[in-house]
Design a protein around this ligand. Structure first.
Ligand code: 3PG
Length: 210
């Protein structure tokens, strides 16, 4: 699991977090991000067309790694498996999700915000986590503190991260990549400005290169 997640996260320091409103946007949006150099995406289950959007992205861009985000229940986890998710991301954790994720063929990046949540995940064998909501939960300082008791855990922080603070997170030893919605501003998506998105992705890919 840890190895699979590492190989996915290694492909990108920045993971765009998407909420797709119109299913027709799915493929051109994913393609713009991919062409800009961001090859790992998280599509959240926050919109009605999310599952259909993921199916289309997987079919059109088989080389991209598509994660399904905002997974709250094992039932949604199963739906993510069925549409071909490469990984599952949760905003927080429940015992049911932790248990389901251990058995699933699709690896899970569980969301944690505190050391206690991290300790529960650790007991289930998880070593890679989403740190959410990053800025609201103590940001860089919190992650530095997590490295005291549990130095082996690695994180993908999201929530309040943008072009101006991504670097601060990526400089930490226990951060493998960062995620966020700043790469897909609503104004560009609504205008179907795929070239604008491609340029934004390229800027991030170049700036935050390994
Ligand atoms: C997530 O689920 O990762 C967040 O909603 C992304 O947070 P952001 O919109 O602050 O980037």
């Amino acid at each position: 699991r840890t190895t699979e997640l590492d190989s996915i996260c290694h492909k990108a320091e920045v993971i765009p977090v998407l909420a797709i409103e119109r299913v027709e946007d799915a493929v051109p949006l994913a393609r713009a991000l991919f062409e800009g150099g961001l090859t790992v995406l998280e599509v959240t289950l926050r919109t009605d067309c999310a599952l259909e959007a993921i199916k289309r992205m997987k079919a059109a861009l088989p080389q991209a790694s598509i994660g399904v985000g905002t997974v709250l229940t094992p039932a949604q986890y199963r739906q993510a498996e069925q549409v071909g998710a490469d990984f599952v991301v949760t905003p927080g954790t429940t015992e049911a999700l932790y248990r389901y994720g251990v058995e699933s063929p699709v690896p899970m990046l569980p969301g944690v915000a505190t050391v206690s949540e991290l300790m529960v995940g650790w007991q289930y064998g998880y070593r890679r986590f989403k740190f959410f909501p990053a800025e609201a939960s103590g940001g860089v300082k919190a992650l530095k503190s997590f490295a005291g008791p549990i130095p082996e855990a690695r994180f993908c922080p999201t929530g309040g991260i943008g072009v101006n603070n991504a670097e601060d997170y990526l400089a930490l030893k226990n951060v493998m990549c960062v995620g966020g919605s700043w790469l897909t501003p609503k104004s560009l998506v609504d205008a179907e400005d795929w070239n604008g998105i491609r340029l934004l992705a390229k800027e991030a890919a170049d700036k935050f290169h390994h």
